[in-house]
Write a protein that binds this ligand. Structure first.
Ligand code: ZN
Length: 302
């Protein structure tokens, strides 16, 4: 009988150790280290807050009616539908609402996935942050794109819009975004939704898509629906009926949502690769996954 060649026992130990290290590594470190998109067809995989992106497309730094901000974050990657949406919204908003152009914040990392610092979602390339500040009439320098501060629309210390910071073209911009067939939800601060409810009057059906949420006083967050035919993408529940200007908004404007939890909620453990759909491991490994800055080796706790 022919004997099959065997690997030395140490090879198994090494492989197992590498797999265990990857299992334990926060997925944000693995996806944060992938400098380029996975060379695959574009596909949103998993949920907005536990997924990844195959075949990400990069938004150009400059377009006729947009400029991409914070270049060093390397988060201008999205599903091709998202890039097409930004191009469409920026053009329509200029033409119809007189909005000079979009300052585009984070979309996703090149391969999506969890990211360090802030965002829970933005993992599948279908979320994009757009500043409430209109684009200036000149091209921002790299330093300005890095350092320029976004401006909150709220009167400091309140849940109300500051009329001095409000731009009358904003409802027009948000209406175009909210009625785009690719869009599932748009998140804004509850005080901003209240202002939109006020100015919309009877034309309020489009406000159903505008969802109140914490933060989002400096930018609005557009979430696209799962692209048609992509069974790998996990959608969110449907939005309740109505424009959301009534009881739900009243709750958001009351004290309850802003009270700190008692006892305080412990921070969630960072997601690992095991918390994401198995296809995300393929996305991570595709094309050799060139890295910007490999994660530092972790010193095991003693
Ligand atoms: Zn966002």
């Amino acid at each position: 009988m022919r004997r099959l060649p065997t690997l030395p026992a140490t090879a198994f130990v090494l492989a197992a150790t590498a797999a265990a290290a990857q299992n334990a590594t926060p997925a944000r470190d693995l996806f944060g280290a992938a400098a380029t998109p996975a060379p695959m067809n574009t596909m949103a995989i998993g949920g907005y807050s536990a997924g990844c992106l195959a075949g990400g497309a990069q938004l150009a730094a400059d377009g006729p009616n947009w400029q991409a901000m914070r270049p060093a974050r390397n988060r201008a990657f999205g599903h091709t539908d998202t890039i097409a949406f930004i191009e469409r919204l920026s053009a329509d908003a200029a033409r119809i609402a007189g909005w000079p152009g979009l300052l585009v914040g984070d979309i996703s990392q090149p391969r999506g996935g969890p990211a360090a610092g802030g965002h829970v979602s933005h993992q599948t390339g279908l979320d994009v942050d757009i500043w409430f500040m209109p684009m200036p009439d000149y091209r921002l320098s790299a330093a300005e794109r890095t350092n320029l501060s976004a401006i909150s629309l709220l009167r400091p210390g309140t849940l109300e819009v500051d009329p001095a910071r409000w731009d009358d073209r904003l409802p027009g911009l948000l209406r175009i975004a909210a009625t785009d067939p690719a869009v599932a939800r748009i998140f804004v601060h509850p005080g901003i939704k209240a202002r939109l409810c006020e100015v919309a009057g009877a034309d309020s059906a489009w406000l159903r898509t505008i969802r109140p949420w914490y933060g989002h006083e400096y930018h609005f967050h557009v979430r696209l629906a799962c692209p048609e035919g992509e069974a790998t993408c996990i959608p969110q529940d449907a939005i309740p009926e109505g424009d959301g200007c009534g009881a739900e908004l009243a709750w958001w404007l009351g004290p309850e949502p802003w009270q700190p939890a008692d006892p305080p909620t412990p921070p969630a453990a960072p997601l690992t690769l095991a918390d994401l759909p198995p296809a995300c491991a393929t996305v991570l490994a595709a094309g050799g996954a060139p890295v910007v800055d490999p994660p530092l080796p972790r010193i095991p706790p003693r």
